[in-house]
Design a protein around this ligand. Sequence first.
Ligand SMILES: C[S@@+](CC[C@H](N)C(=O)[O-])C[C@H]1O[C@@H](n2cnc3c(N)ncnc32)[C@H](O)[C@@H]1O
Length: 278
Amino acid sequence: MTFNQWLEQAIAKLTGGDSPKRDAEILLGHVTGKTRTFLMAFSETELDADQQSRLDELLCRRLQGEPIAYLVGSREFWSLLLKVSPVTLIPRPDTEKLVELALERLPTIDCDILDLGTGTGAIALALGHERPDSSVTGIDYQAEAVSLAQDNADNLNINNVHFVQGDWFEPLNDAYFDMIVSNPPYIDESDPHLSQGDVRYEPNSALIAAQQGFADLNHIIEQAPDYLKPGGWLLLEHGWTQGEQVRTLFKQRGFELIATHQDYGGNERVTLGRWFKH
Ligand SMILES: C[S@@+](CC[C@H](N)C(=O)[O-])C[C@H]1O[C@@H](n2cnc3c(N)ncnc32)[C@H](O)[C@@H]1O
């Protein structure tokens, strides 16, 4: 069977999903080790028996709903190729909005950044990569996520980011940051979306928060001022229906310049505020 023949039959089987062509090309590229351009230019290349059986197994798992990023073990975020694993969330394109907003607000001099619930290290690594003069700390509760994030930093040769295991701010001692960013768990446990699509394969520890999804957002908003330098920023990703309540929590805590920004799909996604008191 040629590359092209495999692609055609895989796309036909994957038509129920969101992106059949993209999924089939990613699987073919992963197993053959070839770029998308190569697959297109040499589409009459024959697959060997081993490649074909690996592809059929991966296609079968994809048809059962397993996320493509877990099947190939990686996902691109902010143009950085990150290793992913089922211990934490697969980085989402909408989280790049948080990175964009953060970069627009970071001081132009050396700065200290904290990423809470770092997972693969996606946000921390994107910021560290864009701002080599910064020092970025990423914290995650899951030891496996911390070692995954550290592997990503090592593979990408990003040396100004370090990762620590712990419960939100708990590992920090006398540490103050110019900016705190987080994409914490924010889904209510009864949300029907949890039984649909890729999230079925992602760990609850990365998705679900108590108090209708607000417990971790609230905890971070309450504690963040104790770790921010005067004028420091807090930026939080949240669910598209949570903007109003998150703004209220920022306001009640005493943040200023509070605003919510939309993601690339036009949904309220990131709320930010600045801390001036001390
Ligand atoms: C929604 S995922 C975000 C991962 C990554 N920052 C991203 O945007 O792709 C939330 C992360 O928070 C971590 N987490 C959950 N509870 C935590 C806690 N109490 N302290 C620190 N991290 C926690 C989870 O392990 C998970 O990696």
